[in-house]
Ligand binder design. Sequence first.
Ligand SMILES: Nc1ncnc2c1ncn2[C@@H]1O[C@H](COP(=O)(O)OP(=O)(O)O)[C@@H](O)[C@H]1O
Ligand SMILES: [Mg+2]
Length: 360
Amino acid sequence: MSFRDVSMETQVELWKSHSLCLLEAIGQVVVVIDTEGRITAFNSFAEEMFGLSREDVLNQPFSKVFEHVTKAYHYPINTIVKGEELNKKEVNYCPFLRKEGFFLHDTALIRNQMGDIIGAMWLYQDITEQRKYEREVAKAELLAAVSELAAGTAHEIRNPLTTVRGFIQLLASKHANEKDYYELMLKELDRANKIIGDFLALAKPRANEMGLCSINHLIEDILLLVESQANLHDIGVVKDLSGDIPLICLQPDQIKQVFLNLIRNSVQAMPDRGLLYISTKLSDQGDFVLMEIKDTGVGIPADRMAKLFVPFFSTKTDGSGLGLTISYRIVKNHGGDIQVESEEGKGTVFRVSFPVSAGA
Ligand SMILES: Nc1ncnc2c1ncn2[C@@H]1O[C@H](COP(=O)(O)OP(=O)(O)O)[C@@H](O)[C@H]1O
Ligand SMILES: [Mg+2]
């Protein structure tokens, strides 16, 4: 072996170990295939995600290793066949793991010094958690901005409204023949006042009314308020309130506001007859009280789900679009959470959870 050969060999070894390091340093799934479709590199992230060991898949045809997955998803092979690279292609389903979420694909053609294609590299990332986190942060930022706005301007608007209301009442008493107009003006003013009141509730829930309460009792209180409306729309109410949930430390008025809005939303979603199920139970681990409000109403189209908690998002002619924003804020302030599931035309379920240990 000549001196030159040794140095070539060392260089090749060096290059190999460099590229191995690189494959790991990328921090996501990397699979490389040659033009025959055989796997030539499979990093540890790929091993972990697909539950396969490198030894078992190296030099095996990609299409055989992933034969359980439709060919449309054989990204590196398709890249070679079509000669088209993928750039941060985001998809909502992972056929390899058979799960929904957010996944990012990149592919790159690998060429030799002459420019001929000798393989393809596939980079794959599960960004579901990251997306969820981004959404939470965006929601929290939005809420903070709204709260600031609310605190700063609501009082400023309310004060002149009170003055205007007073004068309208005065004028109304002097012009009895135009009573209808004045009544309408007062009604509209009261509506504006109510929206401002809701808005103020966003700013900061008062922290001094915490007390140990029974979620079941709060629900019963609210049901009394909506019962007549439910009857009017031919809505049956089914309660399944568990007898052995602990008392929880919370602000009853705030939580009642949450329940009222959720139940009212459900009732409004069933304009002509339906069923409203309300249940409470303790989580399996005993650490959360879980409440479900389920309706057989119009449901929520998938593209609308992300907007539900956005301030002022409403599909109702007389809606403020603040109900869910405020409810979310209140529940979060109690250390809890609200989740929604819905099917258009079938119904919706809102799940609210409260930590048992929150203030106990
Ligand atoms: N149970 C439900 N069924 C169908 N749609 C709902 C339900 N709850 C909420 N929504 C949708 O979410 C929107 C926002 O609700 P919310 O914040 O309470 O404001 P509002 O009730 O004033 O419209 C509603 O306008 C409606 O489109
Ligand atoms: Mg509402």
